[in-house]
Design a protein around this ligand. Structure first.
Ligand code: GRF
Length: 208
């Protein structure tokens, strides 16, 4: 018997190219999942329009003028109503409070455009260039209560070239993001895994 596809929700604030990469992987049959809801904190996020064009359920839950707690309660209510099992952050430009993180323990995933723990937070590509690193990349990780600090699921690397601008580096990293996010979700959904301390380990737990 084929197991039911996992019920994913996507939270985004912008163009939504990672959301589209996840959607495309599902359509290709590479990810045993369905996207049950797309949520944005910004009404005019292009990613929301793309979700609607694809016929997905998509809602804006604006954060402006609303206390953080109340905004998050609305988001959690929408996720629960959609019966989401997993929450994929895909360019969601809001920090999650412990309340939201705790509502989906070890089931919230994020992608960040650097090799964490280097360069967390905003403008990771600019930070990488300014630091002079020769290699950068992207990280898919589980979300905990810290900033870009949860257990790492998948990382992919890219070279940093002398002539790079933040824009060219971001574009090179983004190509890898579109591979890494579906790969990380596929592994989380189809392989046994566990978290030991900071480490996310794939494979059956050792016996005894
Ligand atoms: C990506 O670079 C992602 O790593 C970061 O925000 C950006 C979102 O891009 N968290 P998109 O909206 O998925 O195109």
């Amino acid at each position: 018997m084929t197991p039911e596809p996992a019920r994913l929700a996507v939270l985004l604030s912008g163009r939504g190219s990672n959301f589209l990469a996840i959607h495309a992987a599902i359509e290709r049959g590479e990810l045993p999942a369905e996207i049950v809801l797309v949520v944005s904190n910004l009404e005019d996020a292009p990613g929301l329009d793309k979700a609607r064009e694809l016929g997905l359920s998509a809602v804006a839950i604006p954060h402006q003028g609303i206390p953080r707690r109340e905004h998050e309660q609305r988001v959690v209510a929408a996720l629960r109503q959609a019966e989401a099992e997993w929450v994929c952050l895909a360019g969601y430009m809001r920090l999650l409070s412990p309340g939201l993180v705790g509502a989906f323990p070890q089931r919230i995933v994020n992608i960040h455009p650097s090799l964490l723990p280097a360069f967390p937070g905003l403008d990771a590509q600019g930070q990488a260039l300014a630091h002079g690193v020769k290699v950068s990349g992207c990280t898919v990780h589980l979300v905990n209560e810290g900033l870009d600090s949860g257990p790492i699921v998948v990382q992919r690397t890219v070279p940093v070239l002398d002539e790079d601008s933040p824009h060219t580096l971001a574009a090179r990293i983004l190509e890898q993001e579109h591979q890494a996010y579906p790969e990380a979700l596929r592994r989380l959904l189809t392989e046994p895994w566990r978290v030991e301390g900071r480490r996310l380990l794939f494979g059956p737990a050792p016996r005894g």
